[in-house]
Design a protein around this ligand. Structure first.
Ligand code: FPP
Length: 266
């Protein structure tokens, strides 16, 4: 996507508060290679609970602070000219959390989505979802449907929210779809290719992530986009999600730009 460099520099200049790192902000922005911006950035937003705990607050406060960090990540992605931002908001395993926390997250997803619709329009962002939404509370599903409908004509960045998402169940679902087609004679086993599987994943319309960012230092994929991340560059930062600023995002993209991607070749 086209980068508006004036807007980009203005955006970073507007926040030079979080410069507690040795690399000064101006120097950081100058290190960015506008010719090598990742097309698809995906984020595992981790550490809301620890952020809250460290401040003697309830976990819910961590999730609320996480919403603000996500808002900033959306804007930063648009300013950087990224085509797709996907984020892991709720996994198929997250249902095991206390009911009150699950309810709060469902409520946060819905209220945030409605509140941020003007931002999505202003930034020309199109919303999409990854995951099995049929298991979500009806009120959450309704708001998600409204978000999809209202942003469907936006032509800028795609913002993909993974909700009730699990990679193994996604691949199992794709496999079942293939098996059904083989069974009813519309797909021959010998015609099954990697594309046959990929086109039956929730991400069928998206390119694979170029860069996966995980916050809060955990070195694992947590059942997230296992197929799609096959050749993605991984970037793990100890920063907890609510503290993840536009500068941290910039550092991740600059680190990505130093990597040599070989996709298994030489
Ligand atoms: C991980 O932190 C975060 C989540 C499971 C939820 C992510 C949700 C948000 C960032 C809130 C807003 C999202 C949207 C889409 C509006 P954790 O609770 O696992 O933290 P911990 O590992 O420190 O306990």
């Amino acid at each position: 996507m086209q980068v508006d460099t004036a807007l980009l520099y203005e955006y970073f200049a507007a926040d030079d508060t979080k410069t507690n790192q040795p690399d000064a902000p101006r120097e950081l922005v100058e290190r960015l290679n506008l010719e090598r911006i990742p097309k698809h950035v995906s984020i595992i937003m981790d550490g809301n609970g620890r952020w809250a705990q460290a401040r003697g607050k309830d976990r819910s406060q961590g999730h609320k602070a996480g919403v603000a960090a996500l808002r900033e990540a959306v804007t930063t992605s648009v300013r950087l000219g990224i085509d797709v931002l996907s984020v892991y908001a709720f996994s198929t395993e997250n249902w095991k959390r206390p009911q009150a926390e699950v309810n709060l997250l469902m409520h946060l997803f819905a209220t945030t989505l409605v509140r941020e619709l003007p931002l999505f329009h202003q930034e020309n962002v199109r919303l999409m979802f990854i995951g099995d939404l049929t298991q979500l509370p009806q009120a959450t599903q309704d708001v998600f449907a409204q978000g999809l409908e209202e942003t469907k004509h936006n032509t800028g960045m795609v913002f993909a929210l993974a909700v009730n998402y699990g990679s193994r169940s996604e691949i199992t679902r794709a496999l079942k779809l293939c098996c059904k087609q083989v069974h009813d004679g519309t797909l021959a086993i010998d015609d099954i290719t990697e594309d046959t599987i990929a086109s039956r994943l929730y991400t069928a319309q998206l390119p694979d992530p170029d860069l996966l960012i995980r916050t809060s230092g955990e070195m694992r994929l947590s059942n997230y986009l296992l197929w799609q991340l096959a050749y993605s560059e991984l970037y793990v930062t100890p920063v907890l999600w609510p503290d993840f600023s536009r500068w941290d995002y910039l550092r991740a993209v600059i680190a990505y730009q130093t990597r040599t991607r070989r996709f298994g070749g030489l």
